[in-house]
Ligand binder design. Structure first.
Ligand SMILES: Cc1cc2nc3c(=O)[nH]c(=O)nc-3n(C[C@H](O)[C@H](O)[C@H](O)COP(=O)(O)O)c2cc1C
Length: 205
């Protein structure tokens, strides 16, 4: 598939074919491409938790849905045969940016705890997001589909506990991956912003 076609074909898909499995070779190929993403200082502060069996997927939905009554969104998303939680690792940046070569060449100084320090934005989350979008495109390239969605902040502790996620790793969301169900998606309520609305050439003045 041509790159531009994969980019334009990608849409968040929220219902998957329940009779079509996705194997670990496919998932590994997707994540192998995801880890080609750029990362600040080549820190590669990402990790991917793959939930590809019924028990772990159910555990995720129990941890995140809580007492929420089933609805069309949840019914659809629960058909995903694979869930991948992209985890960002700030500690990788603290280590990398404290290294002699990096410390000498950058103004970004490591800060402990939740402090973002001198980093202009949380590179660990950015880089993990960059890897995630490559994963979504790699899925499309394989004839698969996916949806990136958020885990409600109030549910994060339960997700951490149920999968024993180490403290240094932070879920930035989750990706559902599978073959798209044969259904007619609803027409999007919003359209893409025209390029002129989101691009400024040469300055805002
Ligand atoms: C950071 C992020 C969080 C998102 N959270 C959700 C979500 O919680 N639930 C959902 O159904 N879609 C979620 N989406 C998908 C967006 O709704 C979707 O990307 C957007 O509507 C554009 O549609 P498209 O990706 O199909 O082109 C999220 C996307 C991103 C990038």
């Amino acid at each position: 598939m041509e790159f531009a076609e994969a980019v334009r074909r990608r849409r968040m898909v929220r219902r998957f074919a329940s009779d079509r499995a996705v194997n670990r070779t496919q998932i590994a190929a997707i994540l192998d491409l995801a880890t080609q993403a750029p990362s600040a200082g080549f820190s590669q502060g990402w990790h991917f938790l793959v939930l590809d069996d019924v028990a772990s997927r159910d555990a995720f939905w129990v941890a995140t849905a809580g007492a929420r009554p089933p609805d069309a969104w949840l019914d659809g998303m629960r058909t995903a045969p694979v869930l991948i939680i992209p985890l960002s690792d700030k500690s990788a940046y603290l280590r990398r940016y404290a290294a002699p070569d990096k410390a000498a060449s950058t103004s970004a100084t490591p800060a402990a705890g939740d402090d973002q320090g001198q980093w202009p934005s949380p590179y660990w989350d950015i880089d993990t997001g960059m890897a995630s979008v490559i994963a979504l495109l790699a899925a499309v390239d394989q004839g698969l589909a996916g949806c990136f969605f958020g885990i409600p902040a109030v549910r994060l502790p339960a997700v951490r506990t149920v999968f024993a996620i180490p403290e240094r790793l932070t879920p930035i969301g989750i990706m559902a991956i599978g073959y798209e169900a044969d259904y007619v998606p609803s027409k999007p309520a919003r359209s893409r912003k025209p390029l002129d609305d989101v691009v400024t050439w040469g300055g805002f003045s």
